[in-house]
Design a binder for this molecule. Structure first.
Ligand code: UDP
Length: 563
C-alpha cells in the first residue's frame, strides 16, 4: 500500500476500526475494502465497482471525506461532512437545533447555521414578558454543547455561525469572538447582501430589520459596519464574509433560499440539507511533465458514481435531513494536491500560468462531473427536485443538483500525503517538536528531491532555509538552484491578489464554493483588508476569509494541517 508513515499515524488515531478494548482491529487496506464494499453494495455488478472504488482510493487518486472513511460499513454509518440546520425563533426550535447539532457532531459531521431568524437582544418575549437574549447568546449554547460532545464523538465538531448584515444585533455579532477563547467551536461569517453593497458604494445608511416584527429597528452607515468587519478580521481573522445574494443567484435550484454554509464555507446548503464530499489528488495525474487528462477523466467519472452511491447507502442522523438531502442529491467533488501538481509542472502558484492551470483543471473536472451526473441520471433517474432546477431549463438530465465543491481536505490530504486543497505550501521546512523533547525535521519532499540532485550541501542549506521561516524567498541561492525560488513559493510569498485570483479561478468552475484562506503578512493594514474585500467582490467570489499572519494564536480547522 502507498500510505506514508504520517498517513498511517493519522489512520491509527481515528480511522481504523477498534474493538471494545480500544485495540485496532483492521489494517489500512482492510479499511479501504470496508469502505469500498459499503459504497458498492447497491451496484448490480458489485465485483466490478468494488474493485474500481478500491483501486481509486488505494492509488490515493481520490479519497472521500473523513466521515465516509470512518463510518462506512460501521454501526454509525453516517458518511457526510457537511450539514446546515435551521434555527427558528422559539425556545423549542432553538433547543431542538442544539440537540440535532449534538447528534450530527457525534457522527463526525460539521454544522452551519444562520441565526438571522432570531429576534434581537432585548425584545420582549410575549409568553413570559421576559427579554430575548439574542443570536450571540444562543450561539454560546451551541458552542457549549459542541464542547461537551467533542470528547465522545468521532472527531471534534465544528460550526459555522452566520448573521445577516441587516440583523439588529450585527455589531455584537461582529465582535463576539474578540476574546481569544470565546465561542471557539465556531467560525463566524457575516452574510453580506447586494443592498448593503449598494449602500456602501453610495456611502449611505442601510436599514436593520427585526426578523420577528419585520419592522425597521435601526439604521447604520454601511461604511461604519464595513470598517468594523475589516477591523475585526484584521485583528483576529474573523468574521469572514459570505456573499449570500450571489450564492442564491448562482444556486442551481429555484424557489428556495440558502442562508448558511458548512463550517469551512465551501458548502452552501438549504436548511436540513447535508452533503458528502470527496477530493481528487491532482499530484497523481502528472505524467512526464504533463497532465494525463484521460486518467483524470476516468477518475472524475468513478468518483461521481462513488459520491452518488454515498447518498443512498448513508445513515442519516435525522429524518428531515434524509428527506431534504435525497430531494437534491448534492455531492461535492473537489481537489487536493494542487500545489504539488504546480511544482511537478514547474509552474508558480502566483503566476498567470498558475491561474490558467487552475481554470483548465477545474473547468475540466466540472464539465466531466456534469457529464458523469447526466449519465447517472439516464441510468438511475434525475434528482427529485430536478423540475425546479436550472438543468431542467437547459434540458440536461442530472442526477445531482451540484457536483463540485473545494474542501480544505485538512485530514484526507495527510492520508494521501499531498498538499491540502488548493492552498499553496505554508512552509517548505521546519522543526516539529515531538513529545520527548526531540526535534523532527520536516522538509517538502519535492524540494528535497531537487536539492539532492543539484549538488549543493543539502544539510547546511536546510538549516538556512529553516532559519528563514521555511521560505526560499529572501535566501541568497546558489546559481544551481536559483530557479527553485520561483516555483517553490509559500503562502506568505505572495500578496492577497494572488490568493484571490486563485480562489476566483477555481470558483468560476465550482458549483458550490471554495475553501481558501487569504493570507496576509503581519504588516498588512485594515485598509489592505478592505482592498481584499473589494477585489474579492470584483472577482465574483462567494465568500472570503482573510488571515493576517500572527493575529491569532489558534486557528480553527482550516490551517490545522499546515502548522
Ligand atoms: N469538519 C468537521 N470537523 C473537523 C474537520 C472538518 O466538522 O474537525 C467538516 C466541516 O464541515 C468541513 C468539512 O468537514 O468544512 C471538510 O473539511 P476537511 O476537508 O478538512 O475534512 P477531511 O475530510 O479532510 O477530514
Amino acid at each position: 500500500m502507498g500510505f506514508s508513515e504520517n498517513a498511517i499515524t493519522v489512520l491509527k488515531s481515528r480511522y481504523l476500526k477498534k474493538n471494545e478494548r480500544g485495540e485496532i482491529i483492521e489494517t489500512p487496506d482492510e479499511m479501504l475494502k470496508r469502505v469500498s464494499k459499503h459504497i458498492a453494495q447497491l451496484e448490480k455488478d458489485f465485483d466490478y465497482w468494488f474493485e474500481k472504488f478500491y483501486d481509486l482510493m488505494a492509488s490515493l487518486k481520490f479519497l472521500p471525506n473523513t466521515p465516509t472513511l470512518i463510518n462506512a460499513g460501521n454501526p454509525l454509518g453516517q458518511l457526510s461532512a457537511c450539514f446546515v440546520l435551521p434555527v427558528g425563533d422559539s425556545m423549542e426550535e432553538i433547543f431542538e437545533a442544539v440537540k440535532q447539532t449534538a447528534i450530527i457532531h457525534k457522527t463526525g459531521g460539521g454544522t452551519g447555521f444562520s441565526f438571522s431568524r432570531l429576534r434581537p437582544k432585548g425584545e420582549v418575549v410575549q409568553s413570559t414578558k421576559g427579554v430575548a437574549s439574542g443570536p450571540v447568546s444562543f450561539m454560546k449554547v451551541f458552542d457549549c454543547a459542541t464542547e461537551s460532545v467533542k470528547q465522545g464523538g468521532v472527531r471534534r465538531g465544528a460550526n459555522m455561525g452566520i448573521l445577516r448584515v441587516d440583523h439588529p444585533d450585527i455589531l455584537e455579532f461582529i465582535h463576539c469572538k474578540e476574546q481569544e477563547n470565546a465561542i471557539t467551536n465556531f467560525n463566524i461569517s457575516v452574510a453580506i447582501t447586494d443592498d448593503f453593497l449598494e449602500k456602501l458604494k453610495n456611502d449611505e445608511e442601510y436599514e436593520l430589520i427585526n426578523p420577528h416584527t419585520k419592522k425597521v429597528a435601526n439604521k447604520l452607515k454601511a461604511s461604519f459596519v464595513w470598517d468594523e468587519i475589516a477591523n475585526n478580521a484584521w485583528k483576529n481573522g474573523e468574521p469572514g464574509l459570505v456573499f449570500i445574494d450571489r450564492i442564491n443567484k448562482l444556486h442551481t435550484l429555484k424557489g428556495v433560499e440558502i442562508e448558511a454554509t458548512n463550517p469551512c464555507g465551501e458548502q452552501p446548503l438549504l436548511p436540513y440539507e447535508s452533503c458528502n464530499l470527496g477530493s481528487i489528488n491532482l499530484s497523481k495525474f502528472v505524467k512526464n511533465s504533463s497532465i494525463d487528462w484521460e486518467d483524470l477523466k476516468e477518475c472524475v467519472h468513478t468518483a461521481v458514481r462513488f459520491l452518488d452511491n454515498v447518498i443512498d447507502v448513508n445513515s442519516y442522523p435525522i429524518e428531515q435531513i434524509k428527506t431534504e438531502t435525497l430531494k437534491n442529491r448534492k455531492i461535492g467533488l473537489g481537489i487536493m494536491g494542487f500545489a504539488d501538481m504546480l511544482v511537478d509542472l514547474n509552474i508558480a502558484y502566483n503566476s498567470k500560468e498558475g491561474v490558467k492551470l487552475a481554470s483548465d483543471v477545474m473547468s475540466f473536472i466540472q464539465k466531466e462531473s456534469h457529464i458523469a451526473s447526466s449519465n447517472l441520471a439516464n441510468e438511475r433517474g434525475c434528482f427529485p427536485a430536478y423540475e425546479n432546477s436550472i438543468f431542467k431549463d437547459q434540458n440536461i438530465p442530472m442526477r445531482n443538483a451540484t457536483t463540485t465543491t473545494i474542501a480544505p481536505t485538512g485530514t484526507i490530504s495527510m492520508i494521501a500525503d499531498c498538499s491540502s486543497g488548493i492552498e499553496p505550501y505554508f512552509t517548505l521546512a521546519y522543526y516539529k517538536q515531538v513529545l520527548d523533547g526531540k526535534k523532527l525535521k520536516y522538509v517538502n519532499e519535492r524540494l528535497l528531491d531537487r536539492l539532492q540532485s543539484s549538488g549543493i550541501n543539502v544539510d547546511d542549506f536546510l538549516e538556512e532555509l529553516i532559519a528563514n521561516g521555511g521560505r526560499l524567498k529572501g535566501l541568497g541561492l546558489p546559481k544551481s538552484i536559483e530557479d527553485l525560488s520561483k516555483i517553490f513559493v509559500t503562502s506568505m510569498d505572495m500578496d492577497y491578489t494572488a490568493h484571490i485570483d486563485m480562489q476566483a479561478a477555481f470558483q468560476n468552475y465550482t458549483d458550490n464554493a471554495v475553501s481558501k484562506t487569504i493570507n496576509m503578512p503581519n504588516s498588512a493594514t485594515v485598509d489592505d483588508v478592505k482592498k481584499a474585500y473589494f477585489y474579492a467582490i470584483e472577482k465574483g467570489l462567494k465568500g472570503l476569509t482573510v488571515y493576517r499572519d500572527g493575529s491569532r494564536s489558534v486557528q480553527v480547522l482550516v490551517s490545522e494541517s499546515k502548522q
